[in-house]
Design a protein around this ligand. Structure first.
Ligand code: ATP
Length: 367
């Protein structure tokens, strides 16, 4: 699916809990933004998630999946709910099914300090945090999902899978991303594979394949870090890192750590990208503790939508889409720099008010 038309079709999957609240606000921001940039953008809302499962017995039916698959991009809120589970006790998570079924191997998790948002680290260099965790999202330890075994109630096994094909694609993606970022940021791109190659055969293999791909990108710096050392260094000196490709489970954990560095889950966007499809969603869950109260911070959702516009632009949508992406990101930054404070960082601006503050900045930056 190469994007070439002017009018692009977005499958909206609001999901459950605060997913529905941040999705609504996000559409409210995207519509005026699209008008300003002359972007043809149409939305189709699709129902999937824990409450869909409760009401219909299916978390995401095949017709819904087919609609999502046909769309130019999928914009997803959040899915899952504590009291609603599959009979075996596992979570309702159709977003994971989308990753596997659509082959969305590159899980982009940007971690960036926004101006004015309080940071976890006191070191002033924390204001320069701007890195991307690139979480492989189709294999690794998550390949065991639904396939783990318990042997005679004595032991349990979950098998990690690392393939050459996916590691090559992930590594290529990482280097290309670092090259784009380097051009934008005016500094050399550095790709750091995060692994545990000193202990596991799978990670030693992953490192070998990554090193092979690195040979094809001599203009970029390639390095490695063990996962335990990275957990330490993401606290000690996160401002030193750029693009961090890693295995699925490691990426899952590190992206929450990264979100904690820059204000919490409400500030952590994500994109799950494959060769033909992509899903954009905030890194956070459905936050049952604040759902229905209008308190959710929609920033992660808005920044995920900016990633979507940028991806659509890159895939042939054209410069207007990339410009709209940059403007949306800039408007979010400007709103927080101007004093916007959401409840998760001790402020009072609720979901709708935050959306309005961002729309105001979009207008301001276009005058
Ligand atoms: P999951 O397992 O699906 O990630 P979770 O319950 O572990 O779900 P979240 O739903 O992300 O994790 O919530 C973790 C905490 O962060 C909760 O206290 C929640 O209220 C808070 N939180 C998450 N997202 C937001 C947001 N957008 N705005 C404000 N607080 C949020």
């Amino acid at each position: 699916m190469a994007v070439s038309r002017n009018a692009l079709h977005i499958a909206l999957m609001p999901g459950d809990g605060i997913g529905t609240e941040v999705t609504e606000v996000c559409v409210g921001v995207l519509e005026p933004l699209a008008r300003r940039h002359g972007l043809g953008l149409s939305f189709e809302t699709l129902r999937a998630g824990a409450f869909a499962y409760r009401d219909t017995g299916t978390a995401m039916d095949e017709a819904t999946f087919a609609r999502a698959e046909k769309a130019d991009a999928i914009l997803l809120g959040a899915m899952g709910w504590p009291g609603i589970r599959y009979p075996d006790g596992t979570e309702i998570a159709p977003q994971l099914d989308l990753r596997f079924r659509l082959g969305l191997y590159a899980g982009l998790r940007p971690i960036r300090a926004l101006p004015g948002v309080p940071l976890a680290l006191a070191d002033p260099r924390a204001a320069q945090i701007d890195l991307v965790i690139l979480r492989e999202s189709t294999e690794g330890l998550f390949a065991a999902r639904g396939r783990g075994e318990i042997i005679d109630d004595r032991e349990a096994r979950d098998t990690m899978v690392i393939t050459r094909a996916t590691t090559e694609r992930l590594s290529e993606f990482a280097f290309n991303l670092a090259r784009r970022r380097a051009a934008r940021r005016g500094r050399p791109g550095v790709v750091t594979l995060v692994d545990k190659a000193n202990v596991f055969t799978g990670f030693a293999f992953m490192r070998r394949v990554f090193d092979e791909v690195a040979q094809r990108h001599p203009d970029l710096v390639a390095s490695h870090h063990y996962i335990d050392a990275m957990a330490l260094d993401l606290i000690r000196r996160p401002w030193d890192f750029d693009v961090l490709p890693t295995e699925n489970m490691f990426g899952d954990i590190l992206s929450d750590l990264g979100a904690g560095l820059v204000g919490g889950m409400g500030f952590a966007p994500s994109a799950d990208i494959g060769d033909n499809h992509a899903v954009f969603q905030p890194s956070h869950g459905t936050a049952p503790d604040i759902a229905g109260k209008g308190l959710a911070n929609p920033t992660a959702m808005l920044l995920s939508a900016a990633l979507m516009l940028d991806w659509l632009g890159e895939r042939g949508g054209g410069q207007a889409w990339s410009d709209a992406a940059a403007e949306l990101e800039g408007a979010v930054d400007a709103a927080f720099a101007g004093g916007l404070r959401t409840p998760d960082i001790g402020g009072k601006a609720g979901t709708v008010e935050t959306g309005r503050a961002v729309i105001d900045k979009i207008g301001a930056s276009r005058t």
